[in-house]
Design a protein around this ligand. Sequence first.
Ligand code: FAD
Ligand code: EGU
Length: 470
Amino acid sequence: MMSQLRDTERKHRVAVIGGGLVGSLNAIFFARNGYSVAVYESRSDMRQEEQIAGRSINLALSERGRKALRTVGLEDEVVNKFGIPMHGRMLHSHSGQTTIVPYGKPNEFLLSVDRRKLNELLLSKAEQEDDIVLEFKHKLLKVDLTDCQMVFSSPDGEIHDMADLVVGCDGAYSTVRKSFMRSIRFNFSQTYILHGYKELLMPAGDDGNYAMEKNYLHIWPRQTFMMIALPNLDSTFTCTMFMPYDIFGTIKTQDDVLAFFEREFPDAISLFGRDRLLETYMVNPVGPLISIKCSPYHVEGRAVIMGDAAHAMVPFYGQGMNAGFEDCTILHELIHKHGGNLDAALAEYTETRNKDTAAICDLAMYNYVEMRSLVASRWFRIKKKIDNFLNWLMPQTFTPLYTMVTFTSIPYEMAYRRWQWQDKMIYRGLWCAAVTALVVPIAVIAYNWTEDHPWKARALKYFVTKSLHR
Ligand code: FAD
Ligand code: EGU
């Protein structure tokens, strides 16, 4: 059985594997650039499902993701229809005390978006394009990268198809990537961290309004674990606990859950409602968190992996989807730059993109490590204050790392290097300040000591020059 791809012989045919966030956006990019596209998604059409199984209910959308949506003319619709601005973090202490730490300038905010609504919008927009066909319940089983022959399993049995270009947007457990491993000199590494995540829905308050302040990313930082909450459009919050698997393992009964929350997140219990909390905690699964790096991202002009398939990262920077969307922006800029020459475009794509996504994978992992040791409230606040102060003092030279990552499109690797440089300068600045603080009083004391006794001045001068010339 062949799909409709065959009908449009003249155009380059692109097979996008995966109709998730990155796959569906990527399909729109390809169609707009004159390619004929088929999207193959293993799951059924989520627009026709009541409930969908899957990861995180809402996500933080920021500049890099917005820029990609802007390029295909969808930014305003996403922002206005289902984006909830978050202007800062709201930290919740053990005692229930809250502290606001703004992200920065008034125009620097994150958007909490519903994963499903965003994916559905992208699928519907893709479907409206003349040159895109969506094939649901088509699971890629294997792809031969010498000739782009693909084999799918579908309700109608095994389906074979061909394309000029295979684009793997099939997520962290990518089948397209698996085929890279056998056909080229491919580097790959993956790490599961000790933490898993569990999502809990916080319902609206009794008055039907948000149970907590709406326009913030709520954080309950604790030493080895944390909980965060992002607002949903229906006045609920989705809370996500990030905690080592072994601690999840110690919480077995409803009594354990209650005791745990009374100890760690007491203010949240009444917001969830006791019974609701116990029920959702017991029902919802713990999901794994994986970090994946690999290279190259392409096989000649025939195949490329993008999004989580190429660079799954731990979620502690809120950048996974944003990075995947930025992949689309960059690939299509390069295809344009090389006048449609895919061999050249894909080679440069790997060349530039690999170091940048490796940098954000590292930064996200760094945040994970930092979160466990430092984020525990006080230092987190102090550091953000130093960052913001220096930024206020010297906005041209000093931009906080999270600002470069979240609110600009500075390439990730450049942000990483600027951050290291800035940190070095701060370190040197503090060192200079410390030295000055020591040297000035010593000089004053020495001056006073020598005042009325020229022989003392000569003796001091002698010893100072001698020690310096040694
Ligand atoms: P996916 O979303 O995994 O989509 C892959 C698609 O491919 C799926 O639809 C799947 O069914 C399909 N597929 C898989 N295999 C096949 C096959 N063989 N054949 C056909 N189809 C296939 N990112 C942010 O930017 N901001 C956040 O705030 C944020 N928060 C997060 C919180 C958590 C707890 C987690 C786990 C992640 C978070 N992320 C966040 C990351 C974000 O979820 C991912 O980066 C993003 O979903 C990647 O999109 P994707 O399209 O590459 O992959
Ligand atoms: C994790 C899960 C707060 C959504 C890092 C901040 C995240 C998000 C932070 C998730 C944190 C951690 C930053 C942004 C963002 C913070 C950031 C993390 C969105 C250092 C839906 N992180 N995230 N840092 O600054 O730069 O607010 O699931 F809790 S957005 Cl871990 Cl800016």
